[in-house]
Design a protein around this ligand. Sequence first.
Ligand code: ASP
Length: 298
Amino acid sequence: MIILVHGGAGAKRPLKKALQGMGEALKTGYAALERGGSSLDAVADAIWLMENTGLFNAGDGSNLQLDGVRRLDAALMEGESLRAGAVIGLEGFRNPIRAAREAMGLPNNIFTNIGATQLAKKAGLPRLGPPSAKVLERLERARHTGPGRLYETYFSTVGAIAMDGKGKLAAGSSTGGVFAMLPGRVGDTPLIGSGVYADNRLGAVSCTGRGEEILRLCLAKEVSMLMGGWAAPEAARAALKRLVGLGFQAGFLALDRSGGYAIAHTTAYMAAGVAGPEGVFIGTSFEKAGQRADSTIR
Ligand code: ASP
Protein backbone atom coordinates (compact mmCIF):
# COMPACT_ATOMS: atom_id res chain seq x y z
CA MET A 1 0.00 0.00 0.00
CA ILE A 2 1.29 3.40 -0.85
CA ILE A 3 0.01 6.94 -1.47
CA LEU A 4 1.74 9.95 -3.01
CA VAL A 5 0.43 13.51 -2.97
CA HIS A 6 1.61 16.75 -4.52
CA GLY A 7 0.89 20.39 -3.83
CA GLY A 8 2.04 21.81 -7.16
CA ALA A 9 5.28 22.72 -8.90
CA GLY A 10 6.89 26.01 -9.82
CA ALA A 11 9.63 28.57 -9.47
CA LYS A 12 9.01 29.53 -5.84
CA ARG A 13 9.80 27.42 -2.79
CA PRO A 14 6.57 25.97 -1.34
CA LEU A 15 5.40 27.35 2.02
CA LYS A 16 6.06 25.33 5.15
CA LYS A 17 2.36 25.46 6.00
CA ALA A 18 1.52 23.89 2.66
CA LEU A 19 4.01 21.08 3.28
CA GLN A 20 2.35 20.47 6.65
CA GLY A 21 -1.04 20.33 4.90
CA MET A 22 0.38 17.75 2.52
CA GLY A 23 1.61 15.74 5.50
CA GLU A 24 -1.92 15.68 6.92
CA ALA A 25 -3.28 14.60 3.55
CA LEU A 26 -0.76 11.77 3.34
CA LYS A 27 -1.63 10.55 6.81
CA THR A 28 -5.36 10.70 6.06
CA GLY A 29 -4.94 8.87 2.74
CA TYR A 30 -2.68 6.21 4.19
CA ALA A 31 -5.04 5.66 7.15
CA ALA A 32 -7.83 5.02 4.63
CA LEU A 33 -5.65 2.38 2.93
CA GLU A 34 -4.80 0.78 6.27
CA ARG A 35 -8.49 0.53 7.13
CA GLY A 36 -8.92 -1.53 3.97
CA GLY A 37 -10.22 1.40 1.91
CA SER A 38 -9.68 1.50 -1.84
CA SER A 39 -6.98 3.54 -3.56
CA LEU A 40 -9.82 5.67 -4.95
CA ASP A 41 -11.04 6.47 -1.41
CA ALA A 42 -7.50 7.31 -0.30
CA VAL A 43 -6.85 9.62 -3.26
CA ALA A 44 -10.23 11.37 -2.94
CA ASP A 45 -9.83 11.83 0.85
CA ALA A 46 -6.29 13.22 0.55
CA ILE A 47 -7.33 15.71 -2.14
CA TRP A 48 -10.48 16.72 -0.24
CA LEU A 49 -8.35 17.50 2.79
CA MET A 50 -5.98 19.70 0.77
CA GLU A 51 -8.95 21.50 -0.87
CA ASN A 52 -10.21 22.34 2.63
CA THR A 53 -7.00 23.92 3.92
CA GLY A 54 -7.21 27.04 1.74
CA LEU A 55 -3.41 26.78 1.45
CA PHE A 56 -3.35 25.46 -2.10
CA ASN A 57 -4.61 26.57 -5.47
CA ALA A 58 -7.66 24.36 -4.95
CA GLY A 59 -10.89 24.79 -2.98
CA ASP A 60 -11.04 28.16 -1.19
CA GLY A 61 -7.43 28.97 -2.11
CA SER A 62 -8.14 28.72 -5.85
CA ASN A 63 -6.91 31.34 -8.27
CA LEU A 64 -9.45 33.76 -9.72
CA GLN A 65 -9.88 33.96 -13.46
CA LEU A 66 -9.36 37.40 -14.99
CA ASP A 67 -13.08 38.24 -14.62
CA GLY A 68 -12.75 37.71 -10.84
CA VAL A 69 -14.54 34.33 -10.73
CA ARG A 70 -13.12 31.06 -9.38
CA ARG A 71 -13.84 28.13 -11.68
CA LEU A 72 -12.60 24.85 -10.24
CA ASP A 73 -11.54 21.68 -12.06
CA ALA A 74 -11.02 18.15 -10.72
CA ALA A 75 -10.74 14.59 -11.95
CA LEU A 76 -10.55 11.08 -10.52
CA MET A 77 -9.77 7.76 -12.16
CA GLU A 78 -9.40 4.19 -10.94
CA GLY A 79 -7.25 1.60 -12.64
CA GLU A 80 -9.28 -1.58 -12.50
CA SER A 81 -12.34 -0.79 -14.61
CA LEU A 82 -10.84 2.50 -15.90
CA ARG A 83 -13.82 4.41 -14.53
CA ALA A 84 -13.21 8.14 -14.42
CA GLY A 85 -15.09 11.31 -13.55
CA ALA A 86 -14.41 15.03 -13.81
CA VAL A 87 -15.91 18.44 -13.35
CA ILE A 88 -14.78 21.50 -15.26
CA GLY A 89 -15.23 25.12 -14.24
CA LEU A 90 -17.32 24.43 -11.12
CA GLU A 91 -18.43 27.76 -9.63
CA GLY A 92 -19.40 28.46 -6.04
CA PHE A 93 -18.52 25.13 -4.37
CA ARG A 94 -15.41 24.15 -2.46
CA ASN A 95 -14.72 20.49 -3.22
CA PRO A 96 -14.78 19.64 -6.94
CA ILE A 97 -13.06 16.30 -6.16
CA ARG A 98 -16.27 15.09 -4.49
CA ALA A 99 -18.30 16.18 -7.52
CA ALA A 100 -15.86 14.26 -9.75
CA ARG A 101 -16.42 11.21 -7.56
CA GLU A 102 -20.18 11.53 -8.07
CA ALA A 103 -19.61 11.80 -11.82
CA MET A 104 -17.84 8.42 -11.89
CA GLY A 105 -21.06 6.61 -11.06
CA LEU A 106 -23.19 8.17 -13.81
CA PRO A 107 -23.77 7.16 -17.43
CA ASN A 108 -21.90 10.35 -18.45
CA ASN A 109 -18.72 11.26 -16.63
CA ILE A 110 -17.41 14.74 -17.45
CA PHE A 111 -19.53 17.75 -16.57
CA THR A 112 -19.40 21.52 -16.91
CA ASN A 113 -21.97 24.25 -16.16
CA ILE A 114 -25.31 23.02 -14.89
CA GLY A 115 -24.13 19.38 -14.70
CA ALA A 116 -21.18 20.26 -12.50
CA THR A 117 -23.39 22.40 -10.25
CA GLN A 118 -25.96 19.64 -9.90
CA LEU A 119 -23.25 17.14 -8.93
CA ALA A 120 -21.91 19.56 -6.32
CA LYS A 121 -25.41 19.88 -4.84
CA LYS A 122 -25.93 16.12 -4.95
CA ALA A 123 -22.64 15.62 -3.10
CA GLY A 124 -23.76 18.20 -0.50
CA LEU A 125 -20.65 20.31 -1.06
CA PRO A 126 -20.04 23.41 1.05
CA ARG A 127 -20.10 26.80 -0.70
CA LEU A 128 -16.77 28.43 -1.46
CA GLY A 129 -15.69 30.92 1.16
CA PRO A 130 -14.70 34.46 0.14
CA PRO A 131 -11.37 34.72 -1.71
CA SER A 132 -8.45 35.48 0.60
CA ALA A 133 -6.57 38.79 0.44
CA LYS A 134 -3.67 36.88 -1.09
CA VAL A 135 -5.80 35.47 -3.90
CA LEU A 136 -7.31 38.93 -4.60
CA GLU A 137 -3.87 40.48 -4.66
CA ARG A 138 -2.75 37.78 -7.11
CA LEU A 139 -5.69 38.71 -9.37
CA GLU A 140 -4.64 42.37 -9.35
CA ARG A 141 -1.13 41.36 -10.37
CA ALA A 142 -2.54 39.07 -13.03
CA ARG A 143 -4.66 41.90 -14.46
CA HIS A 144 -1.53 43.98 -14.86
CA THR A 145 0.49 41.12 -16.26
CA GLY A 146 -2.26 39.94 -18.59
CA PRO A 147 -2.65 36.41 -19.91
CA GLY A 148 0.36 34.70 -21.36
CA ARG A 149 2.78 34.96 -18.42
CA LEU A 150 1.14 31.92 -16.95
CA TYR A 151 3.91 30.33 -15.01
CA GLU A 152 5.85 33.00 -13.21
CA THR A 153 5.23 31.82 -9.69
CA TYR A 154 4.53 28.78 -7.53
CA PHE A 155 1.55 26.74 -8.66
CA SER A 156 -0.13 24.89 -5.85
CA THR A 157 -2.61 22.61 -7.55
CA VAL A 158 -3.13 19.38 -5.61
CA GLY A 159 -3.08 15.75 -6.69
CA ALA A 160 -2.63 12.20 -5.45
CA ILE A 161 -2.05 8.64 -6.63
CA ALA A 162 -2.28 5.42 -4.63
CA MET A 163 -2.14 1.64 -4.62
CA ASP A 164 -4.36 -0.21 -2.15
CA GLY A 165 -3.99 -3.57 -0.43
CA LYS A 166 -5.52 -5.31 -3.44
CA GLY A 167 -2.96 -3.76 -5.79
CA LYS A 168 -5.53 -1.42 -7.38
CA LEU A 169 -4.37 1.99 -8.58
CA ALA A 170 -6.12 5.37 -8.59
CA ALA A 171 -5.23 8.96 -9.51
CA GLY A 172 -6.80 12.34 -8.91
CA SER A 173 -6.23 16.08 -9.11
CA SER A 174 -7.96 19.34 -8.18
CA THR A 175 -7.12 22.89 -9.19
CA GLY A 176 -8.16 26.50 -9.45
CA GLY A 177 -6.17 26.78 -12.71
CA VAL A 178 -3.16 29.00 -13.31
CA PHE A 179 -2.10 32.61 -12.76
CA ALA A 180 -3.64 35.16 -15.16
CA MET A 181 -6.21 32.95 -16.92
CA LEU A 182 -8.73 34.15 -19.40
CA PRO A 183 -12.32 33.50 -18.25
CA GLY A 184 -13.47 29.98 -19.08
CA ARG A 185 -9.93 28.68 -19.45
CA VAL A 186 -9.50 24.92 -18.89
CA GLY A 187 -6.14 23.23 -18.22
CA ASP A 188 -4.96 19.64 -18.05
CA THR A 189 -6.32 18.77 -14.60
CA PRO A 190 -9.87 17.63 -15.48
CA LEU A 191 -8.85 16.00 -18.76
CA ILE A 192 -8.42 12.24 -18.40
CA GLY A 193 -5.05 11.21 -19.84
CA SER A 194 -3.63 14.73 -19.51
CA GLY A 195 -3.80 15.64 -15.81
CA VAL A 196 -4.55 12.17 -14.43
CA TYR A 197 -4.51 8.57 -15.52
CA ALA A 198 -4.75 5.17 -13.80
CA ASP A 199 -4.64 1.70 -15.28
CA ASN A 200 -3.71 -1.32 -13.15
CA ARG A 201 -1.88 -2.81 -16.14
CA LEU A 202 0.31 0.33 -16.57
CA GLY A 203 0.46 2.65 -13.57
CA ALA A 204 -1.04 5.79 -12.05
CA VAL A 205 -0.04 9.40 -12.75
CA SER A 206 -1.07 12.85 -11.48
CA CYS A 207 0.40 15.94 -13.15
CA THR A 208 0.88 19.58 -12.23
CA GLY A 209 2.31 22.61 -13.98
CA ARG A 210 1.38 24.59 -17.03
CA GLY A 211 -1.81 22.92 -18.23
CA GLU A 212 -1.53 24.35 -21.74
CA GLU A 213 1.67 22.34 -22.17
CA ILE A 214 0.78 19.20 -20.22
CA LEU A 215 -2.36 18.59 -22.25
CA ARG A 216 -0.54 18.84 -25.57
CA LEU A 217 1.49 15.81 -24.50
CA CYS A 218 -1.39 13.96 -22.79
CA LEU A 219 1.31 13.67 -20.16
CA ALA A 220 -0.46 11.38 -17.67
CA LYS A 221 -1.20 8.82 -20.37
CA GLU A 222 2.27 9.22 -21.85
CA VAL A 223 3.96 8.44 -18.52
CA SER A 224 1.49 5.57 -17.93
CA MET A 225 2.30 4.06 -21.31
CA LEU A 226 6.01 4.30 -20.53
CA MET A 227 5.31 2.38 -17.32
CA GLY A 228 3.88 -0.42 -19.47
CA GLY A 229 7.49 -1.29 -20.27
CA TRP A 230 9.53 0.36 -17.55
CA ALA A 231 9.46 0.84 -13.81
CA ALA A 232 8.31 4.29 -12.64
CA PRO A 233 11.80 5.86 -12.26
CA GLU A 234 12.89 4.94 -15.81
CA ALA A 235 9.53 6.01 -17.23
CA ALA A 236 9.79 9.31 -15.33
CA ARG A 237 13.27 9.98 -16.65
CA ALA A 238 12.18 9.37 -20.24
CA ALA A 239 9.18 11.68 -19.80
CA LEU A 240 11.35 14.35 -18.13
CA LYS A 241 13.73 14.29 -21.06
CA ARG A 242 10.83 14.94 -23.41
CA LEU A 243 9.47 17.77 -21.21
CA VAL A 244 12.90 19.38 -20.96
CA GLY A 245 13.40 19.09 -24.74
CA LEU A 246 10.13 20.92 -25.30
CA GLY A 247 10.86 23.51 -22.60
CA PHE A 248 7.63 22.58 -20.79
CA GLN A 249 6.99 23.49 -17.14
CA ALA A 250 5.55 20.47 -15.40
CA GLY A 251 5.87 17.93 -12.65
CA PHE A 252 4.21 14.60 -11.97
CA LEU A 253 3.77 11.72 -9.56
CA ALA A 254 4.05 8.24 -11.07
CA LEU A 255 3.35 4.84 -9.52
CA ASP A 256 3.99 1.62 -11.40
CA ARG A 257 2.07 -1.62 -11.04
CA SER A 258 4.73 -3.08 -8.71
CA GLY A 259 4.44 -0.16 -6.30
CA GLY A 260 7.65 1.58 -7.47
CA TYR A 261 7.26 5.33 -7.75
CA ALA A 262 8.81 8.53 -9.04
CA ILE A 263 8.32 12.23 -8.35
CA ALA A 264 9.71 14.35 -11.18
CA HIS A 265 9.60 17.96 -12.33
CA THR A 266 11.20 20.38 -14.74
CA THR A 267 10.42 23.35 -12.46
CA ALA A 268 12.71 24.56 -9.69
CA TYR A 269 10.45 23.10 -7.00
CA MET A 270 7.71 20.58 -6.54
CA ALA A 271 5.90 20.04 -3.26
CA ALA A 272 5.27 16.32 -2.90
CA GLY A 273 5.38 13.43 -0.51
CA VAL A 274 4.82 9.75 -0.07
CA ALA A 275 3.39 7.55 2.69
CA GLY A 276 4.03 3.84 2.69
CA PRO A 277 5.15 1.02 4.95
CA GLU A 278 8.44 2.89 5.46
CA GLY A 279 6.72 5.97 6.85
CA VAL A 280 6.05 9.46 5.52
CA PHE A 281 8.46 11.56 3.45
CA ILE A 282 7.86 15.09 2.18
CA GLY A 283 10.15 17.20 -0.01
CA THR A 284 10.35 20.14 -2.38
CA SER A 285 12.96 18.99 -4.88
CA PHE A 286 13.01 15.62 -6.59
CA GLU A 287 14.14 14.09 -9.86
CA LYS A 288 14.77 17.11 -12.04
CA ALA A 289 15.83 16.91 -15.63
CA GLY A 290 17.49 13.57 -15.01
CA GLN A 291 19.35 14.56 -11.84
CA ARG A 292 18.34 13.18 -8.50
CA ALA A 293 17.88 15.80 -5.80
CA ASP A 294 16.52 13.84 -2.85
CA SER A 295 16.60 10.09 -2.49
CA THR A 296 12.93 9.89 -3.24
CA ILE A 297 12.86 7.79 -6.34
CA ARG A 298 12.97 4.06 -6.02
N1 ASP B 1 -2.07 22.13 -14.19
C1 ASP B 1 -2.91 23.14 -13.59
C2 ASP B 1 -3.64 23.88 -14.68
O1 ASP B 1 -3.06 24.12 -15.71
C3 ASP B 1 -2.14 24.12 -12.77
C4 ASP B 1 -1.19 23.53 -11.78
O2 ASP B 1 -0.86 22.37 -11.86
O3 ASP B 1 -0.76 24.24 -10.87
O4 ASP B 1 -4.76 24.26 -14.48
